[in-house]
Design a protein around this ligand. Structure first.
Ligand code: MUC
Ligand code: MG
Length: 373
């Protein structure tokens, strides 16, 4: 059988401004840098992918500049001339030749899957057995850095029916200040609105034990990555101790992490992200481990733009145990986009386009406008 071959791979860093500063425990984002991947095949099909992280090199150990450099220098020579349709073989070959670099691998796998979907005339989700529903619930992160601004933002979004669940980024300030901030927001939005917190590893285990108790007493619905990602046993102790569910995010990076966490029931929820795990196929594997262990799932984001968000959405929508919905709001945090048709967000969720591949088209004028010079 004649396979179409990979002919060329192009990477571009695009910087898009955010609608407001986004405060996390390790960084404040004022713009988002995305590595956009275009993978050209000998049958005339082009696949697109995205590799995006948060805050340069402060969140994860791959930076946008490093991702571009590594794809151009190391990935591309390994991939050019290989059969574009043999995605499992290509990802196995990359894992053998490239240590780590999961964000870059995820962007490449996305481009291969987009191309495959276009080739077969089916959405990327169909390559994983199809969506359970063509819409996904999407929460919003309140992270303006100011309690009153966050409350106003929440009220506006609730009124618009755009989101009914809010995640609060804490951990940068004194825990007493953080808990007062969360409690004020929870009281302002009322009991019908879910509020979760993401500590992004900022607390020690003893601080976590003290302050999760207060958050639980104040009605917070879910606690994300309270302690350092390497302390699996500590996470297990917190999960066992508290009634409020504890979610592993940074800790639940790879398929191996998922297995190790599941083995000691270190979390009652996993935050899945295609970037951390090295692509959509690995998310499927992590999800199966979680399902077997009775662990719930949540569709996470690395605050990707539309391409990475849709890649995640196509996969997340195939999972039966996505009990905590998703946070796939990345494109809404940006002032503009680089695709011809933006994702539709409504009724507290998003729609997954049903066209071939990811179901979107790049707008080359917009890429030109926002491309890093
Ligand atoms: C994270 O750690 O979950 C996801 C949403 C958000 O606001 O920040 C990210 C990162
Ligand atoms: Mg998180």
């Amino acid at each position: 059988m004649e396979y179409p071959l990979i002919e060329k791979i192009e990477t571009t860093i695009v910087d898009l401004p955010t609608i407001r500063p986004h405060h996390l425990s390790m960084a404040v984002m004022r713009s988002q840098a995305m590595v956009i991947i275009r993978l050209f095949c000998s049958d005339g099909i082009e696949g697109i992918g995205e590799s995006t992280t948060i805050g340069g090199i402060s969140y994860a150990d791959e930076s946008p500049e490093g991702i571009k450099l590594n794809i151009d220098t190391y990935f591309t020579p390994l991939l050019v001339g290989k059969p574009a349709t043999q995605i499992n073989a290509l990802m196995k070959m990359l894992d053998k030749n490239v240590s780590g670099n999961n964000f870059a691998k995820s962007g490449i796998e996305t481009a291969l899957l987009d191309a495959q979907g276009k080739r077969l005339g089916v959405p990327v989700s169909a390559l994983f057995g199809g969506t359970i529903k063509n819409t996904l619930p999407v929460l919003w992160t309140l992270a303006s850095g100011d309690t009153q601004k966050d409350i106003d933002e929440a009220h506006q979004l609730i009124k618009e029916n755009r989101h009914n669940t809010f995640k609060l980024k804490i951990g940068a300030k004194d825990p007493d200040v953080d808990v007062a901030h969360v409690s004020a927001i929870k009281a302002a939005v009322g009991s019908s609105i879910k509020v979760t917190v993401d500590v992004n590893q900022a607390w020690s285990e003893s601080v976590a034990k003290r302050y999760i108790q207060k958050l639980q007493d104040n009605g917070v619905d879910l606690i994300e990555q309270p302690i350092v990602k390497t302390n699996f046993e500590g996470l297990a102790r917190l999960t066992d101790y508290f009634e409020v569910p504890i979610m592993a995010d940074e800790a639940a990076g790879t398929v191996v992490d998922a297995f190790k966490l599941a083995k000691i029931y270190a979390a009652s929820v996993f935050a899945l992200k295609i970037s951390k795990s090295g692509g959509l196929t690995n998310i499927h594997r992590q999800a199966a481990i979680a399902q077997g262990a009775g662990i719930s799932l949540y569709g996470g984001t690395m605050l990707e733009g539309t391409i990475g968000t849709l890649a995640s959405a196509h996969l997340f929508a195939t999972l039966p145990n996505l009990d905590w919905g998703t946070e796939l709001f990345g494109p809404l945090l940006l002032t503009d986009d680089i695709v011809k048709k933006r994702i539709v967000y409504k009724d507290n969720g998003m729609e997954i386009p049903q066209g071939p591949g990811l179901g979107i088209e790049l707008d080359m004028n917009q890429i030109e406008k926002y491309k890093r010079k």
